[in-house]
Design a protein around this ligand. Structure first.
Ligand SMILES: Cc1cc2nc3c(=O)[nH]c(=O)nc-3n(C[C@H](O)[C@H](O)[C@H](O)COP(=O)(O)OP(=O)(O)OC[C@H]3O[C@@H](n4cnc5c(N)ncnc54)[C@H](O)[C@@H]3O)c2cc1C
Length: 490
């Protein structure tokens, strides 16, 4: 009888243990208002959801090249005649009005996504409106994969090149390093081929040029093999990160993808870290990418959203991710499967708040000092920090407005803020403080995010910016291509 009682108590304990987190996830699901926000006709917005802007028109480019070129030339002529600036939009995941100008024309490049693989030279020619997920799905059938891209596959090729994004490909410079060449329509409607040998200056300006020098049409990108990769998760103290990174990532030639994460729950804030590593696997049989599992994506999303304004949720997420990571140790995935993650995984369905990204690039010599300094600034009292990931970015030798002047670590912060005036003031203060801190550590901040950093800090971060804006006027003297980012910083 006693044994039976004991079994009931254990069973009850297990039910309570499982049902508390499940109840939290259900509560998160029910608390989301799920109202789809529709951008009113005549307006546009970007991923910040804080950039609602009235526009002259939004033009979807045609899918075929000849038609697109004819249409773009007509638009450029019209824009020059009427003095209505043109902004260029890809997937619009930038957050500072980079894809819009008040009462301007917006080119939606998304429909233009032709692709062709040169299997002899391993070079993909791709329309600038294509998303990485289009490229991955296409390359998968050739057993090839993308060389350098961001952490999600929901971004366009044109947008990614124009911010010169980076990912978590080990010891890799930003995306520019994988660009062989591209064709660009300039402010006169001429098409120029740009590479490291042809129109060199323009090549370096357009990479990370935020759509200010012309319209990128087709891009030639180096591709790599779609290898099988084996996962390994290491749990460590944040102060041990550099030694773990060296031992288990940079010194191991078989490691292809690597990122780190810092614990952001109040208990052990920025004290614990993980290093997530993918190594070339000995398993030869290639896996095909499968269709996304929507239920699993939704569960992962709820675990993520449950951490908003909840210490319990933050702890739960950290525990689940480190425990699940432990369970998945040695699991094998194809490179394409790993790279093909959609931003839906973290989607915020609450219409009263928005998620805002920041990224700061810090040289290795200041790594530990930087984390220690962060503890004095974060967590903010009212802005909720949801995530910090760490990626190594190697020196960029291709782009003009480069953020990786040497090998650096990118610290990516995801915050949640309410859409209120008070939270705007608080976010601006925090952003300025974090940018100044990065400059003090001989680092830089990333430009595709909100326009909340003052010009003095901008010039310190990007001493080459004066030259950049002078060259903008050399190549586009009548400022045909404009956006809010240009207006703010020029
Ligand atoms: C959830 C989230 C995660 C992110 N993760 C990463 C990450 O891991 N690494 C990283 O580096 N960044 C990351 N970012 C930033 C993101 O990479 C940039 O915002 C990038 O611009 C995304 O591409 P896009 O297609 O959305 O570009 P858009 O926002 O559409 O455009 C960005 C810029 O490119 C220009 N542009 C677009 N297409 C063209 C074209 N055809 N010709 C000329 N100019 C063009 C636009 O005018 C604009 O200035 C992230 C952003 C979000 C919201």
């Amino acid at each position: 009888m006693k044994k039976k009682h004991f079994a009931y108590i254990i069973l009850f304990g297990i039910i309570v243990f499982i049902s508390i987190p499940i109840l939290h996830l259900v509560k998160t699901y029910l608390s989301e208002d799920k109202t789809k926000i529709h951008t009113p006709k005549g307006y546009t917005n970007d991923a910040s959801r804080l950039d609602l802007t009235s526009v002259d028109s939004i033009v979807n480019v045609p899918t075929t090249k000849t038609e697109m070129i004819n249409q773009l030339r007509e638009i450029i002529q019209y824009s020059t005649l009427k003095h209505i600036p043109i902004s260029i939009a890809g997937a619009k995941h930038s957050m500072g009005g980079h894809t819009m100008y008040p009462n301007g024309i917006i080119l939606n490049m998304r429909p233009y996504k032709n692709m062709q693989l040169d299997t002899i030279n391993n070079v993909l020619t791709i329309g600038s409106g294509a998303l990485w997920e289009d490229a991955i799905n296409y390359l998968d059938s050739f057993h090839k994969s993308v060389a350098v891209m961001q952490a999600f596959s929901s971004f366009s090729i044109g947008g990614s090149i124009s911010v010169n994004g980076h990912g978590w490909q080990k010891t890799s410079p930003p995306i520019s390093s994988s660009v062989v060449s591209f064709s660009l329509m300039n402010c006169k409607g001429e098409i120029l081929n740009c590479s490291r040998t042809e129109n060199k200056e323009l090549f370096s300006l357009v990479l990370g040029g935020y759509g200010l020098f012309g319209i990128i049409l087709d891009v030639k990108l180096k591709v790599v093999d779609n290898e099988n990769l084996q996962f390994k998760l290491y749990k460590l103290k944040a102060t041990e990160y550099l030694s773990y990174f060296k031992k288990y990532a940079s010194d191991d030639k078989n490691v292809k993808l690597v990122f780190g994460r810092l614990n952001i729950s109040e208990k052990n804030f920025l004290e614990n870290a993980t290093l997530d590593v993918f190594r070339t696997s000995t398993i030869a049989q290639q896996k095909k990418i499968t269709k996304p599992n929507h239920t699993l994506t939704e569960v992962k999303r709820l675990v993520f959203r449950n951490s908003v304004k909840s210490e319990y949720g933050k702890k739960l997420r950290w525990d689940l991710e480190t425990a699940m990571g432990g369970f998945a140790n040695n699991d094998c995935f194809s490179r394409n499967e790993i790279l093909n993650d959609n931003v839906a995984l973290i989607e915020n369905k609450d219409t009263s708040s928005t998620d805002i990204l920041h990224e700061y690039f810090i040289p290795e010599r200041h790594f530990n000092e930087y984390i220690a300094a962060l503890k004095n600034v974060l967590p903010s009292k009212s802005i909720d920090l949801l995530n910090i990931t760490i990626r190594g970015v190697y020196k960029d030798t291709d782009s003009y407005m480069r953020y990786a002047n040497e090998n650096v670590f990118g610290f990516v912060f995801l915050f949640n803020q309410k859409k209120t005036a008070a939270q705007e003031v608080e976010m601006k203060r925090l952003t300025q403080q974090l940018a100044e801190m990065a400059v003090r550590m001989e680092g830089t901040y990333y430009l595709p995010y909100r326009l909340q950093i003052d010009k003095k800090t901008f010039r310190k971060s990007y001493p080459q910016s004066e030259g950049f804006f002078k060259l903008k006027l050399k190549y586009d003297p009548h400022e045909v291509f404009k956006n809010k980012f240009y207006d703010y910083y020029k």
